[in-house]
Design a protein around this ligand. Structure first.
Ligand SMILES: CC(=O)[C@@H](O)[C@H](O)COP(=O)(O)O
Ligand SMILES: NCC(=O)COP(=O)(O)O
Length: 247
């Protein structure tokens, strides 16, 4: 089965917000990504609205033809947004205002009842939930207990390890967490994301066969600045395919 590429267009909005202009438009970027072959679009509507704005999400809902994944904190405000916008998937993520980027996965074990409650409200509206978690068996087990349809394994530590040139222990951790999900909840989908690049994604896809979806933003949009969005998307699609062929 083909691993799907979802492009996170937050970082297009980051450039726009830096100057308070109307360009570059993440909606236009999403369209270009889809035309280039991306299988979905991801946005993280942060509480501090540092990049993506509510209006972006509303317009994306009307324009995205593939699938729209809304990353958000599990707060009452954000649940209301999700119920109003109706994305194809909600990914619940932890958020800290002071962080530069998402630093870790959700503590699902520590807030099991609350997360299950959010998942139930979204499910009742026909919106599946994914939980962004560290590659840790107990967090995966807790995610299963919430009834979530999917988990997204946080690959930030793997990306950092790969950047330093030795990427085996974090890859093994990701492989173990994904295989835990396959064994204990065969119907649960497993995705991954954060810090993925066209280089480090190859071994990830090759060694974690459970992965069905990847959310990639920063490195892909950075490539796009130099070579254009269509070429950047195609480069990542080729890297994913290279990983699949190594399985
Ligand atoms: C949850 C996650 O990994 C992404 O949302 C990523 O954090 C990109 O957005 P930021 O740059 O706002 O962190
Ligand atoms: N959930 C991960 C994501 O959406 C993209 O993260 P990054 O590639 O911008 O680090």
């Amino acid at each position: 089965m083909r691993v799907r590429l979802h492009v996170n267009v937050d970082h297009v909005a980051t450039i726009r917000q830096a100057r308070g202009t109307e360009y570059p438009d993440p909606v236009e970027a999403a369209m270009l990504c889809e035309w280039a072959g991306a299988h979905g679009i991801t946005v993280h509507l942060r509480e501090d609205r540092r990049h993506i704005q509510l209006r972006d999400v509303e317009v994306l809902r009307r324009t995205v033809k593939t699938m729209l994944n809304l990353e958000m904190a599990a707060t009452e405000e954000m649940v209301r947004v999700a119920l109003q916008v109706r994305p194809d998937l909600v990914t619940l993520v932890p958020e800290r205002r002071e962080e530069r980027t998402t630093e870790g996965g959700l503590d699902v074990r520590g807030q099991l009842a609350a997360l299950r409650g959010v998942r139930e409200r979204l499910d009742a509206s026909g919106i599946p939930t994914s939980l962004f978690v560290d590659p840790d068996a107990d967090q995966v087990q807790a995610s299963i207990e919430t009834g979530a349809a999917m988990i997204e394994l946080h690959t930030g530590d793997y990306a950092e390890e790969a950047r330093r040139g030795h990427s085996t222990s974090e890859l093994e951790r990701l492989a173990r967490a994904a295989s835990y999900a396959r064994i204990h909840a065969p119907s649960m989908k497993v995705a991954a994301g954060h810090g993925l690049t066209a280089r480090n994604v190859v071994s990830l896809v090759a060694l974690v066969p459970e992965l069905v979806e990847l959310n990639i933003g920063h490195a892909l949009i950075s490539d796009a600045v130099l070579v254009g969005l269509d070429r950047a998307v195609q480069r990542f699609l080729r890297a994913i395919e290279e990983g699949e062929q190594l399985r």
